[in-house]
Design a protein around this ligand. Structure first.
Ligand code: SF4
Length: 287
C-alpha cells in the first residue's frame, strides 16, 4: 500500500512537473511574441518619427531602403537611377506582373498585426502573405513585403517569391531579394537558423492561377528541405538555404549607392539594354 501510494504520488508529482513545464513553455512563447511585437512597434514608431523629422536622408531623398529597390540594383543599378531621375515608365511586363501578384493574394484574409503575430507563434503552420516587415541595419531602415512567408511555431521556415518568366531561371537579383527579406526577419528577432527561400519561376501563362501557391508548397513539403530545383511542367522552384552572411554582404554593396559613396553601376548584359525602357536616354547603354 505504502509503495502504491508512493508510486501514485511520484506519478502525480511527475504529471505536475510536466504540466508546469508545458505552462512555462506556453508562457515563454507568449512572452516572446508579445516582446517581439512590442519591439517591432517601437522600431516602426522610431522610423515614423525620424522620417517626419527628416533625420533619414538617403539618395533621392529616400528615408528607407526597400527590398525591391535593392533587388533592382542587382538587375541594373543605372536603370533604378533612371527611374528616379526620369520617372517610372509603365511597361506591359510591369502591369502584368502586378496583376499576377494581385491574383496570388486574392484568397488571403487580412488580419491585424497582433493577431498575425499570435498565429505565427501558434501550433499550426501559417502562411503570411504580403506581410509588412521592417528592419534596421547600421543606421538604415529596411522595408519590404515578401510575397509569402511560411512560419511554424514562431520560426520562419520558407520565404516565397513568385516570378513569371518562360526561362525558369532564378537570377541574382531574385536571390538578393529573398535573402534581404531573410535578413530583415532575423533583424526583427525571428530565428532564421532553419530558414529556406523558394524562388518560384512560373510560366507567364500561369499568371492568376490560384493553385500556384499551393503547388509550390506541396512540391517543397513532398521533396523535403534541401537545396534543389523542383520542376513541374510549367514551374521551376529554386529552393535555397538562407545564409545571413551572404545577405549582409549583398546589402553592404547596395548601401554604398544610397549613401552616395559611389555612382550607379550599369549592367554589363546587352540583353538587358535591348529591352530597357530607358535605352534612348541612357549613356551607358550597350549597343
Ligand atoms: S540601357 Fe542598359 S545600362 Fe542603361 S539603364 Fe537600361 S539596362 Fe541599364
Amino acid at each position: 500500500m505504502e509503495n502504491g501510494k508512493t508510486i501514485s504520488f511520484l506519478l502525480m508529482h511527475k504529471a505536475i512537473i510536466k504540466l508546469d513545464k508545458k505552462k512555462k513553455t506556453m508562457i515563454k512563447t507568449m512572452t516572446k511574441w508579445k516582446t517581439q511585437l512590442k519591439n517591432f512597434d517601437a522600431m516602426l514608431e522610431e522610423f515614423r518619427r525620424k522620417r517626419e523629422e527628416q533625420e533619414l536622408r538617403l539618395r533621392f531623398n529616400r528615408s528607407a531602403l526597400s527590398v525591391s529597390d535593392i533587388a533592382e540594383q542587382y538587375y541594373c543599378e543605372k536603370k533604378l537611377e533612371m527611374e528616379f531621375v526620369h520617372g517610372e515608365i509603365e511597361t506591359e511586363a510591369k502591369t502584368m506582373g502586378s496583376a499576377a501578384h494581385e491574383k496570388l493574394i486574392e484568397d488571403a484574409v487580412e488580419i491585424k498585426r497582433e493577431a498575425l503575430w499570435k498565429k505565427i507563434y501558434g501550433e499550426e503552420p501559417v502562411l503570411a502573405v504580403e506581410m509588412f516587415i521592417l528592419g534596421k541595419c547600421q543606421d538604415l531602415f529596411l522595408v519590404g513585403k515578401p510575397d509569402a512567408v511560411m512560419f511554424y511555431k514562431g520560426r520562419p521556415i520558407v520565404i516565397f517569391e513568385f516570378k513569371f518568366s518562360k526561362s525558369g531561371i532564378a537570377y541574382p537579383s531574385h536571390h538578393v531579394q529573398a535573402q534581404t527579406y531573410g535578413l530583415i526577419l532575423e533583424n526583427m528577432g525571428f530565428d532564421t537558423s532553419r530558414l529556406f527561400y523558394a524562388i518560384v519561376v512560373a510560366d507567364p501563362k500561369t499568371k492568376g492561377d490560384p493553385k500556384l501557391q499551393r503547388k509550390a508548397i506541396d512540391a517543397i513539403f513532398n521533396k523535403g528541405f534541401e537545396e534543389s530545383i523542383l520542376s513541374t511542367d510549367d514551374t521551376n522552384i529554386h529552393l535555397c538555404k538562407f545564409h545571413l552572411s551572404e545577405a549582409q554582404e549583398s546589402l553592404q554593396w547596395a548601401i554604398q549607392f544610397w549613401k552616395q559613396k559611389r555612382a550607379a553601376t550599369p549592367t554589363t548584359n546587352p540583353n538587358k539594354c535591348a529591352k530597357c525602357e530607358y535605352q534612348t536616354q541612357c549613356q551607358n547603354r550597350i549597343p
